[in-house]
Design a protein around this ligand. Structure first.
Ligand SMILES: NC(=O)c1ccc[n+]([C@@H]2O[C@H](COP(=O)([O-])OP(=O)(O)OC[C@H]3O[C@@H](n4cnc5c(N)ncnc54)[C@H](O)[C@@H]3O)[C@@H](O)[C@H]2O)c1
Length: 334
């Protein structure tokens, strides 16, 4: 049985707690959150203990693995603490918003051999993964274009925007990672980014964005387009199109049922797509945890590494550089 400490019992932390306890090979031992109300609630719901400090949870001899789902600025400190204590680590994306902190963390944990997986859950979505496999197996011939549409149902509140650190590093980072995943060993080398706050007053107030488009190019010449919005009135719009010399694969939106309505006013009308990420990627969140458990058990390299987290942040940084300079930016992963 792998015993876990959970850092952060907010929106995604609550979900991870339930996933840990529903896996037959793991259990939740400790929960730590600076909001003690949250940690007490999650500990009670999952038959675990509230830790009084991060150290108590992470360095406990009863703990084998640490799942970091706390606010982003805490991630590198907890990764370092857990690595030095020899624990397996699952850390939510992004590793941090500041590449300097990410590089420092990389130095501090260098040579420590513990499994460390980053929470890019979309790689584990069965449909997106099929699209990736189609690229690997050349089912659509030579890959020429990759198009990702990723739109949230509604904008977050102003407090979230103040803390999240900006659209590209917090949200688009998933699409940068998914692009890297589908491209495999063909690195993204250039990016042009456009963005604006078109409708969300909170985004305007915080100098953030609510709408964005990106064009990227890979080393082999594949063109990649990503478009994002923080408001799609019809739900969480998640589509991936992989286009090549022999055809196209689409990983389309998913709806909770397969009902189609035909009446006087509409034909072939369907219920709305999933509302947001917890519902849409339910299977992916479980499978990413299963993969993490497998890498602990089999002592294999996790499927999404620290380097993947760092590379996605480097693309996000280049995207901001492009937005600000109004130029296409060459991406340097060093
Ligand atoms: N992979 C995904 O799909 C996905 C989705 C949502 C969030 N996330 C990531 O997960 C992380 C948490 O996001 P969220 O939406 O759950 O946010 P949230 O604000 O709901 O939860 C964050 C929690 O961290 C706690 N916290 C803050 N400082 C802490 C500290 N020093 N020690 C312990 N706990 C602390 C807060 O009290 C809060 O309960 C973020 O890094 C976010 O980017 C990933």
């Amino acid at each position: 049985m792998i015993k876990f400490a959970l850092m952060g019992a907010g929106r995604i932390g609550k979900m991870h707690a339930a996933i840990i306890n529903s896996h037959p090979g793991s259990s939740l031992k400790y929960v730590f959150d600076t909001n003690t109300g949250f940690s007490e609630q999650v500990a009670k719901a999952n038959n675990s203990k509230v830790a009084k400090s991060p150290e108590e949870a992470i360095t406990s001899s009863e703990v084998d693995a640490v799942l970091i789902a706390s606010a982003t600025p805490t991630h590198t400190r907890f990764i370092t603490m857990a690595a030095k204590a020899g624990k397996a680590i699952f850390c939510e994306k992004p590793i941090d918003l500041d590449i300097g902190k990410v590089n420092q963390c990389m130095e501090e944990i260098k040579g420590i051999n513990v499994p460390l997986q980053i929470g890019f859950n979309r790689r584990f979505d069965k449909s997106h993964a099929k699209a990736q496999q189609a690229r690997v197996n050349k089912e659509i011939g030579e890959l020429e274009m990759l198009i990702i549409t990723s739109r949230d149902p509604e904008p977050p509140g102003i407090e979230y925007l103040k803390a999240a650190g900006g659209f590209f590093r917090d949200t688009t980072i998933h699409d940068f990672d998914l692009s890297r995943f589908i491209l495999g060993d063909d690195p993204i080398i250039q990016i042009s980014a456009f963005g604006d706050a078109l409708f969300d007053e909170n985004a305007k107030k915080t100098k953030d964005l609510d709408t964005a488009m990106f064009i990227m190019r890979s080393k082999s010449g594949v063109l990649i387009h990503v478009n994002n919005s923080r408001r799609a009135v019809y739900g969480y719009d998640q589509r991936v199109e992989v286009f090549g010399s022999k055809g196209m694969i689409i990983s389309d939106n998913q709806i909770p049922n397969s009902i189609k309505i035909f009446d006087k006013y509409k034909t072939n009308a369907q219920d709305p797509i999933h509302f947001f990420f917890i519902e849409r990627y339910e299977q992916a969140y479980k499978d990413q945890f299963n993969a993490f458990m497998e890498s602990i058990k089999n002592k294999t390299k996790p499927k999404v590494t620290f380097e993947d987290g760092r590379n996605a942040l480097i693309i996000a940084n280049a995207a901001y550089q492009s937005l600000e300079s109004r130029k296409t930016i060459d991406i340097n992963f060093n």
